[in-house]
Design a protein around this ligand. Structure first.
Ligand SMILES: Cc1cc2nc3c(=O)[nH]c(=O)nc-3n(C[C@H](O)[C@H](O)[C@H](O)COP(=O)(O)O)c2cc1C
Length: 412
């Protein structure tokens, strides 16, 4: 269940996860991922206001159920920039999956492939692009770029990724320096496992470096020209990740961006930045009505099928998840990643049935309210932390197909 890289324990778990919701995984992962690494994943910047609000702000919007629709058997498949996907949920690029599981990005890619989801891989990945290609062949995947000050390095990352079957890029523009993340300071977090591109380029750099050190070698002066420069090296789609206002979306599209990720880096950069779901409608309105409309992805705080539904209804074409899949990776390897996506799919299908949405396209026209509720009752009396311990017996536990049938979720 555990292997060691220079004394750093890495999970080797490979199993399907049976969860009631995604939040439960965060607590369970605490016992599998070493402390400093766990807090590197779980934490946000400063007071973590933005991190918390990313999830809570979904309550600013309400899904209006629809009756008498005569619809059944909704479907999750969708098309994105020419890729046929089985779900609108995608895996966000996240650094250093080796802190969650020894198989790192290889297992994440396998889990995403099994779920038919788009996989975003970080420049700071532990496994190489070739490792991923050998494991998953031509599965749908994009590489994320943290631009370095050194364009020889950038060129190498871009060219090797394309050669290894990555069909596009996420250019991250919201993390030019590291946000002020106090948990990393308290635990003295450094990347414990080598980062493949840095290993290749600098013979070992990356391993043992702090987040701030890594960002120091990256470019701080990223501008619209960088989008053009990337496209000159490789003629593939470039999606700009980390946009929080319509003006920046227009700047990116004007420079040739093929898509936008509305993201605040999971609340890890500017604490006080708005929740992504709150700014999505304004950005979507501008993007969809401009001369060159492009697809939109939203990420940040997505933990429920209803969050995915709301994001799609408010203008997103895909919806990204970050921390939850990493917890799934730690607890169950590739199958754990797939289980996390399956859980969101299951919840989303229920919402689709109850709103008469047969397809993902239908969700984009679903009725959403924006009522100003002030009361938020916080934790419900049936949350795991409040419920009295529940005796788990064979008789009262339903798993797999049986559990799905009882929950009402159609299988897909
Ligand atoms: C541990 C961790 C590492 C991350 N590393 C990267 C990265 O290498 N590149 C990037 O563009 N975004 C990175 N992100 C941001 C994610 O891509 C995504 O925007 C965010 O996690 C979404 O929020 P969520 O975790 O609440 O789902 C990282 C996020 C976390 C939690």
């Amino acid at each position: 269940m555990t292997t060691y890289y220079k004394g750093f324990p890495q999970s080797t778990r490979e199993e399907k996860l049976h969860m009631v919701n995604l939040d439960e995984l965060e607590n369970e992962a605490k016992y599998v991922i070493p402390e400093a690494a766990y807090y590197y994943i779980a934490s946000g910047a400063e007071n973590e206001w933005t991190w918390r609000n990313n999830t809570q702000a979904f309550n600013h919007f309400q899904i209006v159920p629809r009756a008498l629709t005569g619809m059944q058997d909704p479907k999750l498949n969708t098309e994105f920039l020419g890729m046929e996907l089985k779900t609108p949920v995608m895996i966000c690029p996240i650094a250093c999956h080796g802190i969650a599981n020894a198989e790192a990005e290889v297992d994440t890619a396998k889990g995403a492939k099994a779920a038919g989801a788009l996989f975003g891989m970080s420049t700071y990945a532990n496994k190489s692009v070739q490792d991923v290609q050998s494991a998953v062949g031509d599965s749908p995947r994009f590489m994320q770029l943290y631009l370095s000050k050194n364009w020889d390095f950038n060129k190498m990352v871009i060219e090797e990724s394309v050669k290894a079957g990555f069909t596009g890029f996420f250019l991250t523009v919201d993390a030019l320096v590291s946000g002020y993340r106090e948990a990393n300071l308290r635990t003295n977090f450094t990347y414990p496992v080598p980062l493949a591109f840095f290993n290749e380029w600098t013979g070992g750099k990356g391993e043992g470096q702090s987040v701030a050190q890594m960002y120091a070698s990256s470019a701080q002066n990223i501008g619209p020209d960088d989008i053009r420069k990337i496209k000159e090296i490789a003629d593939v789609p470039v999606i700009v990740k980390g946009v929080e206002c319509a003006e920046d979306a227009m700047l990116a599209i004007g420079a040739g961006a093929d898509g936008i990720v509305v993201s605040n880096h999971g609340g890890r950069e500017v604490d006080g930045a708005p929740a992504t779901i709150d700014v999505l409608p304004e950005i979507a309105k501008a993007v969809k009505s401009c001369d060159h409309p492009v697809p939109i992805i939203l990420d940040g705080g997505v933990r429920r099928g209803s969050h995915v539904f709301k994001a799609l209804a408010l203008g997103a074409d895909l919806v990204g998840i970050g921390r939850p899949f990493l917890y799934g990776l730690a607890l169950g390897g590739a199958q754990g990643v797939q289980s996390v996506i399956d859980q969101l799919n299951k919840e989303l299908l229920i919402d689709m049935q109850l709103t008469g949405c047969k397809t993902i396209e239908d969700i984009k026209h679903a009725k959403i309210d924006h009522l100003d509720y002030t009361a938020d009752w916080g934790i419900s009396s049936t949350s795991k932390s409040v419920m009295k311990p529940y005796p788990v017996t064979k008789e009262n536990q339903l798993t797999g197909e049986a559990a799905d049938a009882v929950s009402g979720a159609s299988r897909h």
